[in-house]
Design a protein around this ligand. Structure first.
Ligand SMILES: [Mg+2]
Length: 340
Protein backbone atom coordinates (compact mmCIF):
# COMPACT_ATOMS: atom_id res chain seq x y z
CA UNK A 1 0.00 0.00 0.00
CA UNK A 2 1.46 3.33 -0.96
CA UNK A 3 0.24 6.78 -1.75
CA UNK A 4 2.00 8.89 -4.28
CA UNK A 5 1.31 12.57 -3.82
CA UNK A 6 1.38 14.49 -7.06
CA UNK A 7 3.32 17.74 -7.06
CA UNK A 8 0.89 20.41 -5.85
CA UNK A 9 -0.22 22.89 -8.46
CA UNK A 10 -0.06 26.59 -7.92
CA UNK A 11 -3.80 27.14 -7.72
CA UNK A 12 -4.79 28.87 -4.54
CA UNK A 13 -8.41 27.82 -4.81
CA UNK A 14 -9.36 31.21 -6.16
CA UNK A 15 -7.59 31.04 -9.51
CA UNK A 16 -9.71 28.75 -11.62
CA UNK A 17 -9.57 25.71 -9.34
CA UNK A 18 -12.88 24.38 -8.06
CA UNK A 19 -14.20 26.31 -5.10
CA UNK A 20 -14.46 24.01 -2.06
CA UNK A 21 -17.84 25.26 -1.06
CA UNK A 22 -20.29 28.04 -1.58
CA UNK A 23 -22.51 29.91 0.77
CA UNK A 24 -25.54 27.94 1.94
CA UNK A 25 -28.67 28.61 -0.07
CA UNK A 26 -31.83 28.28 1.92
CA UNK A 27 -33.94 28.31 -1.26
CA UNK A 28 -32.80 24.68 -1.71
CA UNK A 29 -34.63 23.83 1.45
CA UNK A 30 -37.85 21.89 1.33
CA UNK A 31 -40.88 24.13 1.56
CA UNK A 32 -38.47 26.97 2.39
CA UNK A 33 -39.26 25.97 5.93
CA UNK A 34 -35.70 26.24 7.22
CA UNK A 35 -33.14 28.93 6.62
CA UNK A 36 -29.51 28.88 7.61
CA UNK A 37 -28.00 31.28 10.14
CA UNK A 38 -24.24 31.51 9.70
CA UNK A 39 -21.67 32.70 12.21
CA UNK A 40 -17.89 33.05 12.01
CA UNK A 41 -15.86 32.58 8.85
CA UNK A 42 -16.19 29.60 6.55
CA UNK A 43 -13.09 27.32 6.40
CA UNK A 44 -11.95 28.47 9.82
CA UNK A 45 -12.58 27.01 13.26
CA UNK A 46 -15.02 29.85 14.01
CA UNK A 47 -17.59 28.82 11.39
CA UNK A 48 -21.08 27.69 12.48
CA UNK A 49 -24.15 27.08 10.35
CA UNK A 50 -27.33 27.01 12.45
CA UNK A 51 -30.89 26.44 11.19
CA UNK A 52 -34.00 28.50 11.80
CA UNK A 53 -37.58 27.35 11.27
CA UNK A 54 -39.04 30.31 9.38
CA UNK A 55 -42.61 29.39 10.39
CA UNK A 56 -41.88 29.79 14.10
CA UNK A 57 -38.79 32.02 13.80
CA UNK A 58 -37.02 29.60 16.15
CA UNK A 59 -33.52 28.13 15.94
CA UNK A 60 -33.73 24.34 15.55
CA UNK A 61 -31.24 21.49 15.80
CA UNK A 62 -30.65 19.69 12.47
CA UNK A 63 -29.95 16.54 14.52
CA UNK A 64 -33.02 16.58 16.79
CA UNK A 65 -35.68 19.03 15.56
CA UNK A 66 -35.81 18.71 11.76
CA UNK A 67 -38.15 15.78 11.09
CA UNK A 68 -36.78 12.57 9.58
CA UNK A 69 -39.74 12.12 7.25
CA UNK A 70 -40.72 14.85 4.82
CA UNK A 71 -44.53 14.71 5.08
CA UNK A 72 -45.18 16.95 2.10
CA UNK A 73 -43.21 14.84 -0.40
CA UNK A 74 -44.21 11.55 1.24
CA UNK A 75 -47.92 12.25 0.73
CA UNK A 76 -47.26 13.58 -2.80
CA UNK A 77 -45.40 10.34 -3.70
CA UNK A 78 -48.62 8.30 -3.20
CA UNK A 79 -46.72 4.98 -3.26
CA UNK A 80 -46.49 4.49 0.49
CA UNK A 81 -42.72 5.01 0.46
CA UNK A 82 -41.25 7.54 2.84
CA UNK A 83 -39.42 10.60 1.51
CA UNK A 84 -36.80 11.72 4.01
CA UNK A 85 -35.27 15.08 4.83
CA UNK A 86 -31.52 15.04 4.21
CA UNK A 87 -29.30 17.69 5.78
CA UNK A 88 -26.55 18.46 3.26
CA UNK A 89 -23.13 18.79 4.88
CA UNK A 90 -20.66 18.52 1.97
CA UNK A 91 -21.57 19.54 -1.61
CA UNK A 92 -20.37 17.26 -4.41
CA UNK A 93 -16.75 17.83 -5.66
CA UNK A 94 -15.78 19.73 -2.51
CA UNK A 95 -13.32 18.69 0.21
CA UNK A 96 -14.15 20.65 3.36
CA UNK A 97 -15.41 18.11 5.93
CA UNK A 98 -18.49 19.99 7.10
CA UNK A 99 -20.63 18.07 9.56
CA UNK A 100 -23.39 18.26 12.14
CA UNK A 101 -21.56 18.90 15.39
CA UNK A 102 -22.97 16.61 18.09
CA UNK A 103 -21.27 18.23 21.05
CA UNK A 104 -22.36 21.83 20.48
CA UNK A 105 -25.80 22.89 21.64
CA UNK A 106 -28.31 22.99 18.73
CA UNK A 107 -25.80 21.07 16.61
CA UNK A 108 -24.63 23.62 14.01
CA UNK A 109 -22.75 22.45 10.91
CA UNK A 110 -19.07 23.12 11.49
CA UNK A 111 -15.90 22.04 9.75
CA UNK A 112 -14.35 18.97 11.37
CA UNK A 113 -10.96 19.61 12.99
CA UNK A 114 -7.79 17.65 12.41
CA UNK A 115 -4.52 18.47 14.18
CA UNK A 116 -6.01 21.78 15.29
CA UNK A 117 -6.94 22.84 11.75
CA UNK A 118 -10.09 22.66 9.60
CA UNK A 119 -10.17 19.22 7.97
CA UNK A 120 -10.25 18.69 4.21
CA UNK A 121 -10.51 15.19 2.72
CA UNK A 122 -7.77 14.21 0.27
CA UNK A 123 -8.31 13.81 -3.46
CA UNK A 124 -7.76 10.15 -4.33
CA UNK A 125 -7.37 9.68 -8.10
CA UNK A 126 -9.58 10.05 -10.12
CA UNK A 127 -11.86 11.95 -7.72
CA UNK A 128 -11.92 15.53 -6.43
CA UNK A 129 -13.58 15.84 -3.05
CA UNK A 130 -16.84 13.98 -2.50
CA UNK A 131 -18.61 12.10 -5.34
CA UNK A 132 -22.11 13.00 -4.18
CA UNK A 133 -23.88 15.58 -2.10
CA UNK A 134 -23.08 14.15 1.30
CA UNK A 135 -24.99 14.60 4.52
CA UNK A 136 -27.12 12.99 7.18
CA UNK A 137 -30.67 12.02 8.10
CA UNK A 138 -32.01 14.02 11.08
CA UNK A 139 -33.50 12.18 14.07
CA UNK A 140 -31.33 9.08 13.51
CA UNK A 141 -28.32 7.96 15.52
CA UNK A 142 -25.80 5.14 15.20
CA UNK A 143 -25.63 3.97 18.82
CA UNK A 144 -22.03 3.15 19.85
CA UNK A 145 -23.43 0.74 22.50
CA UNK A 146 -25.20 -1.40 19.91
CA UNK A 147 -23.09 -4.10 18.20
CA UNK A 148 -24.48 -4.49 14.70
CA UNK A 149 -24.90 -8.18 13.73
CA UNK A 150 -23.82 -7.47 10.12
CA UNK A 151 -20.75 -5.40 10.92
CA UNK A 152 -19.87 -6.83 14.35
CA UNK A 153 -18.93 -3.33 15.51
CA UNK A 154 -20.64 -0.53 17.44
CA UNK A 155 -22.18 2.57 15.85
CA UNK A 156 -20.10 5.66 15.13
CA UNK A 157 -22.14 7.93 17.44
CA UNK A 158 -23.36 10.03 14.49
CA UNK A 159 -26.60 10.55 12.58
CA UNK A 160 -27.00 8.19 9.62
CA UNK A 161 -24.92 9.28 6.58
CA UNK A 162 -26.40 9.81 3.11
CA UNK A 163 -24.84 10.02 -0.35
CA UNK A 164 -27.31 11.93 -2.56
CA UNK A 165 -26.55 10.79 -6.11
CA UNK A 166 -28.72 13.18 -8.13
CA UNK A 167 -27.43 15.48 -10.85
CA UNK A 168 -27.75 18.78 -8.98
CA UNK A 169 -25.19 20.36 -6.67
CA UNK A 170 -26.62 21.12 -3.22
CA UNK A 171 -25.02 23.66 -0.91
CA UNK A 172 -24.02 23.04 2.69
CA UNK A 173 -27.11 23.60 4.85
CA UNK A 174 -29.67 22.55 2.22
CA UNK A 175 -32.53 20.32 3.39
CA UNK A 176 -33.24 17.99 0.47
CA UNK A 177 -36.19 15.55 0.13
CA UNK A 178 -34.72 12.15 -0.78
CA UNK A 179 -35.86 8.63 -1.48
CA UNK A 180 -33.60 5.80 -0.38
CA UNK A 181 -32.14 3.28 -2.86
CA UNK A 182 -29.61 1.13 -1.02
CA UNK A 183 -26.88 1.11 1.61
CA UNK A 184 -23.20 0.28 1.95
CA UNK A 185 -21.91 -1.21 5.22
CA UNK A 186 -18.72 0.72 5.80
CA UNK A 187 -16.62 -0.18 8.83
CA UNK A 188 -14.59 2.98 9.35
CA UNK A 189 -11.72 2.59 11.82
CA UNK A 190 -13.63 -0.17 13.64
CA UNK A 191 -17.00 1.62 13.82
CA UNK A 192 -20.24 0.85 11.99
CA UNK A 193 -20.85 3.65 9.53
CA UNK A 194 -23.73 2.86 7.16
CA UNK A 195 -23.74 4.94 3.97
CA UNK A 196 -27.20 5.30 2.48
CA UNK A 197 -27.58 5.89 -1.25
CA UNK A 198 -30.47 8.22 -1.99
CA UNK A 199 -31.70 10.61 -4.66
CA UNK A 200 -33.41 13.99 -4.45
CA UNK A 201 -37.03 13.25 -5.45
CA UNK A 202 -36.99 16.48 -7.53
CA UNK A 203 -34.00 15.34 -9.60
CA UNK A 204 -34.50 14.83 -13.34
CA UNK A 205 -33.44 11.17 -12.92
CA UNK A 206 -35.49 10.44 -9.79
CA UNK A 207 -38.48 9.02 -11.70
CA UNK A 208 -36.18 6.46 -13.36
CA UNK A 209 -34.12 5.35 -10.37
CA UNK A 210 -35.75 3.19 -7.69
CA UNK A 211 -33.11 0.64 -6.68
CA UNK A 212 -29.50 -0.53 -7.06
CA UNK A 213 -30.08 -2.03 -10.54
CA UNK A 214 -31.46 1.32 -11.75
CA UNK A 215 -28.39 3.12 -10.37
CA UNK A 216 -26.11 0.82 -12.35
CA UNK A 217 -28.25 1.28 -15.48
CA UNK A 218 -28.57 5.06 -15.33
CA UNK A 219 -25.32 5.97 -13.57
CA UNK A 220 -22.92 3.20 -14.67
CA UNK A 221 -19.83 2.90 -12.50
CA UNK A 222 -21.16 4.95 -9.59
CA UNK A 223 -21.67 2.00 -7.23
CA UNK A 224 -18.16 0.74 -7.76
CA UNK A 225 -16.64 4.24 -7.55
CA UNK A 226 -18.53 4.89 -4.32
CA UNK A 227 -17.21 1.73 -2.68
CA UNK A 228 -13.68 2.52 -3.85
CA UNK A 229 -13.95 6.09 -2.56
CA UNK A 230 -14.87 4.95 0.95
CA UNK A 231 -12.25 2.21 0.93
CA UNK A 232 -9.33 4.53 0.19
CA UNK A 233 -10.28 8.02 1.31
CA UNK A 234 -8.19 7.90 4.48
CA UNK A 235 -5.19 6.11 2.96
CA UNK A 236 -3.37 9.38 2.08
CA UNK A 237 -3.42 10.24 5.82
CA UNK A 238 -1.51 7.04 6.63
CA UNK A 239 -4.51 4.88 7.58
CA UNK A 240 -5.17 1.39 6.13
CA UNK A 241 -8.00 0.90 3.59
CA UNK A 242 -11.44 0.72 5.19
CA UNK A 243 -13.39 -2.53 5.45
CA UNK A 244 -17.01 -3.31 4.66
CA UNK A 245 -19.70 -5.58 6.01
CA UNK A 246 -21.60 -8.06 3.81
CA UNK A 247 -18.58 -8.99 1.64
CA UNK A 248 -18.45 -5.41 0.33
CA UNK A 249 -21.88 -5.76 -1.29
CA UNK A 250 -24.59 -3.12 -1.13
CA UNK A 251 -27.76 -3.76 0.85
CA UNK A 252 -30.91 -3.19 -1.22
CA UNK A 253 -33.65 -0.64 -0.61
CA UNK A 254 -35.51 -2.83 1.90
CA UNK A 255 -32.29 -3.41 3.84
CA UNK A 256 -31.62 0.35 3.82
CA UNK A 257 -35.09 1.03 5.20
CA UNK A 258 -34.40 -1.38 8.06
CA UNK A 259 -31.16 0.49 8.87
CA UNK A 260 -33.12 3.76 8.95
CA UNK A 261 -35.77 2.20 11.23
CA UNK A 262 -33.16 0.91 13.67
CA UNK A 263 -31.14 4.13 13.85
CA UNK A 264 -34.40 6.04 14.28
CA UNK A 265 -35.17 3.91 17.37
CA UNK A 266 -31.68 4.53 18.80
CA UNK A 267 -32.21 8.26 18.33
CA UNK A 268 -35.61 8.10 20.06
CA UNK A 269 -34.00 6.46 23.08
CA UNK A 270 -31.22 9.05 23.04
CA UNK A 271 -33.66 11.96 22.83
CA UNK A 272 -35.90 10.45 25.55
CA UNK A 273 -32.91 10.09 27.88
CA UNK A 274 -33.22 6.26 27.95
CA UNK A 275 -29.75 5.93 26.47
CA UNK A 276 -27.41 7.95 28.64
CA UNK A 277 -24.76 9.93 26.85
CA UNK A 278 -22.86 12.82 28.38
CA UNK A 279 -24.08 16.20 27.13
CA UNK A 280 -20.51 17.14 26.22
CA UNK A 281 -20.29 14.02 23.99
CA UNK A 282 -23.71 14.36 22.39
CA UNK A 283 -25.96 17.34 23.14
CA UNK A 284 -29.69 16.70 23.03
CA UNK A 285 -30.56 20.40 23.26
CA UNK A 286 -33.56 21.16 21.04
CA UNK A 287 -36.43 23.62 20.74
CA UNK A 288 -39.38 21.45 19.60
CA UNK A 289 -39.37 18.03 21.28
CA UNK A 290 -40.77 18.99 24.69
CA UNK A 291 -38.38 16.70 26.52
CA UNK A 292 -35.63 17.22 29.10
CA UNK A 293 -33.32 18.64 26.38
CA UNK A 294 -35.77 21.30 25.21
CA UNK A 295 -34.66 24.92 25.66
CA UNK A 296 -36.54 28.20 25.20
CA UNK A 297 -36.47 30.19 21.96
CA UNK A 298 -34.67 33.12 23.66
CA UNK A 299 -31.99 30.81 25.07
CA UNK A 300 -31.50 29.27 21.62
CA UNK A 301 -31.04 32.74 20.12
CA UNK A 302 -28.42 33.49 22.79
CA UNK A 303 -26.45 30.35 21.91
CA UNK A 304 -26.25 31.56 18.30
CA UNK A 305 -25.41 35.14 19.24
CA UNK A 306 -22.55 34.11 21.51
CA UNK A 307 -20.60 33.18 18.38
CA UNK A 308 -18.46 35.46 16.26
CA UNK A 309 -20.39 37.47 13.66
CA UNK A 310 -20.59 36.02 10.18
CA UNK A 311 -17.84 37.04 7.74
CA UNK A 312 -19.10 37.32 4.17
CA UNK A 313 -15.67 36.36 2.76
CA UNK A 314 -14.49 32.75 3.05
CA UNK A 315 -10.98 32.16 4.39
CA UNK A 316 -8.30 31.71 1.72
CA UNK A 317 -7.58 28.06 1.08
CA UNK A 318 -4.22 26.41 1.11
CA UNK A 319 -3.19 24.99 -2.29
CA UNK A 320 -2.75 21.57 -0.64
CA UNK A 321 -6.57 21.19 -0.75
CA UNK A 322 -6.21 20.42 -4.47
CA UNK A 323 -3.27 18.03 -4.13
CA UNK A 324 -3.81 14.63 -5.80
CA UNK A 325 -3.01 11.22 -4.33
CA UNK A 326 -2.76 7.86 -6.06
CA UNK A 327 -3.50 4.73 -4.06
CA UNK A 328 -1.69 1.60 -5.28
CA UNK A 329 -3.48 -1.49 -3.95
CA UNK A 330 -2.54 -4.78 -5.65
CA UNK A 331 -5.72 -6.47 -4.44
CA UNK A 332 -7.84 -3.72 -5.95
CA UNK A 333 -5.90 -3.88 -9.21
CA UNK A 334 -6.40 -7.63 -9.64
CA UNK A 335 -10.00 -7.65 -8.47
CA UNK A 336 -12.07 -6.91 -11.56
CA UNK A 337 -15.16 -8.68 -10.31
CA UNK A 338 -18.13 -6.40 -9.83
CA UNK A 339 -19.78 -6.72 -6.43
CA UNK A 340 -23.16 -5.11 -6.40
MG1 LIG B 1 -21.31 8.14 10.03
Amino acid sequence: MATVPKKPDTNSGEQGAPKPSKAPQSQDNENRRYEVVERGQIHTLSYRCYFRDVQTNTIVSPFHDIPLVNDQYTSAAKNGENVYNMVVEVPRWTNAKMEINKQMKLNPLVQDVKNGKPRFVNNVFPYHGYLWNYGALPQTWEDPNHIDPETQTGGDNDPLDVCEIGTTLHATGSIVPVKVLGVLGLIDEGETDWKLLAIDVRDKLAAEIHDLDDIEKKLPGLLDATRRWFKYYKVPTGKPPNKFAMDEKYGDREFAKRVIGETRKYWEKLAAGETKVEEKVCSIANTTLNNRGTIKKGDADKIVEENEKHHAEAAKLDSSVHQLFYVCDEEDRSNKEKKF
